[in-house]
Design a protein around this ligand. Structure first.
Ligand code: CO8
Length: 300
């Protein structure tokens, strides 16, 4: 069932382990009632699927900052899997229900003062969400309606298209170096694939968080729109991408992303080991604690 050449990935990703879906009829036959909207909501994520258009809206709703905790990542993974397995769903718009924040990235408390077993489980969940999102058969559009550092930026980078609210106070980037940690190779690969090697290298070394206008200039986001127009624009972009036959778009996406996905799949256990060793070091634990204290001080 796998498209040729993506076998190694298919064997690990349930969402890929099936035939490419034909698109549902774009036009509702006259006289028939509109297909229903289905929604499912758990603690941290709300999803609404409009079966008539095939478009799902996924909203992060984990205040204060939509940090990617183990619980959040698990819900995110399950939600994506549900949509991926629903033949009526062809695209998903990912956004936030928390004002001014898209996602603050990985939950730092999951990487502080915990056991090696916990770090292992957490990192596997981080890998899993990236494999699912970057490798999704659906059209994925990020409607970035707030700040989006580190892991939050990775979520946006993993989508097919990024639209950001035109607010200079919102920032986005892979700022790991500022925390004294290093973005893993697959964060870097995803970033390079969007902005190119030179921009990625400079931005990663400096741990830069770019304002929305700067991010647009660098190509980190594809479009900036006034905040009130963000969802309208995301729907318009989605309609444009969904106008194409799914199979051609999906195979093209696979062609563009397969090498990077395969690289993590091939080195998954080694990557987990590296993370656990790195994050367990006392010097790294200290950097993370200092960073968390800095966040709290900045607040007061
Ligand atoms: N994890 C856990 N808690 C967080 C995080 C986070 N990522 N971000 C913020 N918080 C907490 C704050 O400590 C604060 O807690 P409390 O209310 O108890 O004091 C609360 O959330 C609210 O935060 P702020 O007051 O700072 O909220 P603002 O609205 O003023 O600012 C921001 C929101 C811009 C998101 C700001 O909080 C911020 O910059 N946060 C830090 C974001 C960040 O640097 N994230 C990086 C995480 S690391 C990552 O994603 C990739 C790691 C790759 C692994 C590398 C291998 C080792």
């Amino acid at each position: 069932l796998c498209p040729s050449g993506v076998l190694s990935l298919c064997c690990r990703l349930p969402a890929w382990d099936r035939a490419i879906r034909p698109p549902p009829s774009p036009l509702q036959p006259p006289g028939l009632p509109l297909a229903p909207s289905r929604s499912f909501s758990n603690n941290k994520i709300q999803v609404e699927l409009d079966e008539s258009s095939g478009i799902a809206m996924m909203k992060f709703k984990s205040p204060p900052v939509n940090s990617l905790s183990l619980e959040f990542l698990t819900e995110f993974s399950i939600s994506l899997e549900k949509l991926e397995n629903n033949r009526a769903c062809r695209g998903v718009i990912i956004t936030s229900a928390v004002p001014k924040i898209f996602s603050s990235g990985l939950d730092i408390t999951e990487m502080c003062g915990k056991s090696k077993e916990h770090y292992t489980e957490f990192w596997r969940a981080v890998q899993e969400i990236w494999l699912r999102l970057y490798g999704s058969n659906m059209v994925t559009v990020a409607a970035v309606n707030g700040s989006s550092p580190a892991g939050g930026c990775l979520v946006a980078l993993s989508c097919d298209y990024r639209i950001m609210a035109e607010n200079p106070k919102f920032s986005i980037g892979l700022n790991e170096a500022q925390l004294g940690i290093v973005a893993p190779f697959w964060f870097k690969d995803t970033f390079v694939n969007v902005v190119g090697h030179r921009t990625a290298e400079r931005s990663l070394q400096l741990g830069s968080l770019h304002s929305a206008p700067e991010a647009h200039k660098l190509g980190l986001v594809d479009e900036l729109v006034p905040e009130e127009k963000l969802m309208e624009k995301a729907a318009a972009v989605m309609a444009q991408w969904l106008a194409l036959p799914d199979h051609a778009r999906q195979l093209t996406k696979t062609m563009m992303r397969k090498a990077v996905l395969d690289r993590l799949v091939a080195h998954r256990e080694e990557d987990i080991k590296n993370f656990v060793t790195f994050v367990s070091k006392e010097s790294i634990q200290k950097s993370l604690r200092v960073y968390m204290e800095m966040l709290k001080k900045r607040k007061s």
